[in-house]
Write a protein that binds this ligand. Sequence first.
Ligand code: 5CA
Ligand code: ZN
Length: 403
Amino acid sequence: MHAWSVPEIPKLPGRGTLPRVFDTARGEAVPVGSPDGAALYVCGITPYDATHLGHAATYVAFDILVRAWRDAGIPVRYAQNVTDVDDPLLERARQVGEPWEAIAARETAIFRDDMTALRVVPPDRYIGVVESLPQIIGLIEVLRAQGFTYEVDGDVYFATHAAPDFGAVSHADRDTMLRLFAERGGDPDRPGKKDPLDALLWRLKRPGEPNWDAPFGRGRPGWHVECAAIALTHLRIPLDVQGGGADLVFPHHEMSAAQVRAATGRPFARSFVHTALVSYQGEKMSKSLGNLVFVSRLRADGADPMAIRLALLAQHYRTEWEWQASMLDDATRRLVRWRAAVTRRAGPPAEPFLAELRARIADDLDTPGALDLVDEWAATRGGDGSAPNLVNAAVDALLGVRL
Ligand code: 5CA
Ligand code: ZN
């Protein structure tokens, strides 16, 4: 699939440092990437009801990481998927009586437009499930050959109980795993499974469902194996970061990591990074609840995309928060202040500002701290004539906010 256009990123003097980010699996902040390069996989949208502010917060957070790596001179390889075949999309298609392909194409187009407007750096590889079937089937074949699968009425399952290190990402206890598996697309109660937590790899053709040819019968892939196969195909393993929202820690990231380790004998990722879920009206913003605020709606209502981006950056990616309309007003006022400040003839010196800004971001992507720094610079008088331009460029390159 094509991604979206690359925003212009100003070059800054000097270099940023290797960022430290919180790794869910180890439970602490660790350096991510290395001077040789960084491989990033971020779980992409299931294309319906896109792009809500929860999605946007997640992709903007990883965009800050991508920008920090680039600023540190680290070459980045970034892949993101589109779950363009899966239960919830097919269910939506049935509900509204529209072909699933049409919904997926339309919603992916909206997502691209929103990401472009928010100046999110696109992944190098933007990959759909439908275009990845040979690789997904290939990975299931490898797992089958190595004895990690079994069948229930012809559907192929991944035997989690046989997988080494299962649980190493989430460290969840079994009751929690069972609860989350049932809540998030799993089928713990299906008769015939060897372990309730075993995950579907391939679902045989059912009436009215899309299906593709495979050595184990016509059908369609399960969810977790899709990301495992796409990451294995397009990036080197281990990834430096496997990322997504906190709703993906278990089962999704646990399962795909287990499948990759089972198939290759290698760890899937060095770090697993998760964004806290954004709420709205007292509940997690989610497609199933329908409490959604869309980026495209805010834009259509006249919001400056840079104000939307600033409103998201005002929250730390690991702290849960609830969207309030007033946040957009605050961000809009902040944008106006910043724009006025960078068009002054002079300001406080930019070099110490830039070093501090880089340090804030390298410290677990502390964007609220970074925004405070810009506020402070904007509110202070100074006589350095080159500072406004440099601050302008730094805010653009590191925070993705074009003033
Ligand atoms: N296609 C799968 C991943 S393979 C999926 O979870 N799609 S999604 O459309 O439901 O979500 C897309 C991304 O946004 C995921 O990384 C998900 O974790 C994240 N996300 C979903 N809801 C929220 C929310 N309320 N707050 C923050 N991030 C969210
Ligand atoms: Zn995924």
